[in-house]
Structures are given as C-alpha cells and as structure tokens.
Design a protein around this ligand. Sequence first.
Ligand code: PMP
Length: 423
Amino acid sequence: MYARARRSVAGGVSSDARRAAGTPMFVDHASGAELWDVDGNRLIDYVLGQGPNILGHAAPAVVKAVSEQVARGVAYAAQHEWEAEVAERICAMVPGAELVRFNTVGSEAVHGALRLARGLTGRPKIVKFEGNYHGWLDPVLYSVHPDLALAGQASQPNAVPGSAGLTPHSAADLIVLPYNDLGLVRDCFERFSGQIAAVICEPLLCNTGAIMPVPGFLEGLRELCTAQGALLVFDEIITGFRLAAGGAQEFFGVTPDLATFGKAIAGGMPVSAIAGREEVMAAIADGRVAHAGTFNSQPVAMAAAAAVLSILDERREAVYPAMHQAGQALMAGIRAAGERHGVPVLVSGPGSVFQVYLTEKSDVRDYRDFAACDRPRMARLHELLLERGVNTVPRGLWFLSTAHSPAQVDETLGAVDAAFAAL
Ligand code: PMP
C-alpha cells in the first residue's frame, strides 16, 4: 500500500509526521481504544489520531451524531443549530471563554488568535517558547529568531522537517525563548517594550515531552502580559478538554486572554476554535480583524463536537479522574518496568496525556532536556511496543481516552514489561 501511495501521493503520506517512524501504518478500522492495521494486527492505541479521539475510536455518540447530520446535509455556508450550542458549551466549560469562533484545524485557530492579538494591540511581535508547536503555518513555524541574543544562543528546537521555503520575513517578528524561564520573558518585555502583541505557549508542553510548567511560570506570564498590555494566548489544542473539562486553564488555575482549541473538541472530526475574553473577541465580532473559512462550523463536524462536549461536560466528575487514573497506572507501571530491567526512565505528565523519556535525568524542564534524552533508544522502544501490540506516538507521548479499560491498561503493562526486557 505504501508503494502504491508513493506513486501518487507525494512521499506516500499527507503529513511528514506520519512517516517519522519509518513505514507508516495503514489502518483498516478502529473501535474504542483499539485499532487494526491492514495486516490484521490489533493494537491498543495511545495515539488516538494524535489526541483527538478522546471518547475512543468510533464512539457511539459521535457515530450517531455524524450519521444523523450527514443525512441532513454536509455543508451549508449558512447558520445552523450546532454552532451556538457548541459555543455555549465551550463558554460554560472553559474559564476564559466568553465568545468563541470556529475554524477547521488547529493551525488556523492559532493563526486567527495571533492575528487578533496583532490587530487589537497594533503591535508586531509574538513571543513563543522553544519546542512549543503551534501548527505548520509560517509565522509560528520558525523557532529561530535571527536577532535573539536573550537566550544566549539561537536555537533550532522544533526540527521542522523541510523548512526550506520559509522566508526570513516569516520570522522577523517572532521571538523564541526557552520554556519555563520567566526571567527571560521579563527581559524580553524590557527590550521590546511596547512591541509585543502576545505571548503564546502550550500551557503543558506536549509537543516535545509532557513538560509541566514550573510553579509560577504560567502565573508569571499572566502578570507580565497584563502589566505590559500584551495578550496571553494558551494553545490548548492538545490540553483542551483533555486535562480537565476547562482544559489547562482550569487544571493550572491561570486564565489567558485567548485560547485555541482543536483535536479533542469534536472527538476526531475537524473542528478548531478560538475562545477568549469578550473585549478581545470583539475585534472579530465587529469585523476589525478578518476571520474566514469555507468549512468553518461545518455542520457534520459541529454535530460531533456537540455530542462530545456534552458527554465531557455532563460526566466530567467521572471521565477526568478515570482518564488520569488510567494514565497514572500506566506511568507507575512503566517506571516499575524501567527499574526491573535497569532502563533509566522518566515519566512525566498529568495522566490523560504523558511522556516516557529514556534519560538519566530526574527532571525535564525544557526542550533542551528533551533533546538530550536517548532519542535513538526511545525510537527503539516505540518499535518494541508496536511489535507487542501497543501504539504510541513515536517520540514517546501517550494519549488516554475514556474508552481505555483497566483490562487494556493491564494488557499494555504486560507488553511494556516485555518491551523493556528486550530493550
Ligand atoms: N498547536 C498544538 C499545541 C498542536 O499540538 C498542534 C498539532 N499537533 C497544532 C497547534 C496544529 O494543529 P493542526 O495540526 O490541527 O493544524
């Protein structure tokens, strides 16, 4: 199938990430926490489409909502009942959400949020952090600021494949700082006083390890942004509806001005959203900042979002503790397997998402610590797990869903033990 795909699909895949681990997997079908490849192998799945399938694959509520809406029409370019319903639900769930706008994918939501910040403040510069991924559009893809003396050295943390084609202009107003270092953010605001429109971050850094913000980091960003008139943007495309019903902002107790959502919001259908304070979102509401998209609020995807969010909201007291507990059971079991087999392992994250690092370090605070892990051995562990029926994100990230059962967690830990023994 890969050979066939390469004859007509450039590189044989439509996302470089899917080729990252050698031959890409071809899936036949998926259900709950399991998927089956075209060779008939059954895998317990901790990739979940890179996070979206928070209710598991082919969740009955999503299948029903989508099927019913498909029969009523797929694309209207007109208003329908789901848009306000989903927006109301997000406003009820997410502390910082007073008004919402929808797009299709995460990269667009980030683009919209940063444009909104620039439009509203009239300032050009955006601060982002090393190793934080905010989509593949030019203005945030860059991780190098040509003029960056603050961090001591220019860095290339995202290792974006094939970044040829980006112009230096794309990066001119992007400042990239190390994650978890508030002092450098303070210095940066002094140096570029009055020029910074927004600070954007993954509130839990998931794209290069599930790296927790150090105590005071998010709070400090909040204070600095308020004092300096810049917007604080949380990119909640992974953390939204995953860490808690109200995402990272509820989980960590820090409210941004704007947040972006995607992935889990519609249980696998493509919906993304920008949500924020009324005064900020007003610039979109009154047309000062343009916002468009043919597939925005596509009714099939929005019907799925309504179904997913109603379950996560109404059953929040059961689903979040259960997802975190399943993840924590895996985390503990993985640590124990590392000890049993003499493999130095560090496991980090809240549970519903977590990262397995192979490293002697006892703490991972930023992208550089992640980059210093034994990456070849982590790639080998990924393969050994795949061979034993466990599918994880190749760089060592694991996503949980409400569909993962205690029996599947136990079965996974059996595979983990065998994989560590082989390692
Ligand atoms: N932000 C974060 C934090 C992400 O993890 C991703 C996707 N991995 C994006 C933005 C981009 O989203 P999309 O791939 O849907 O464009």
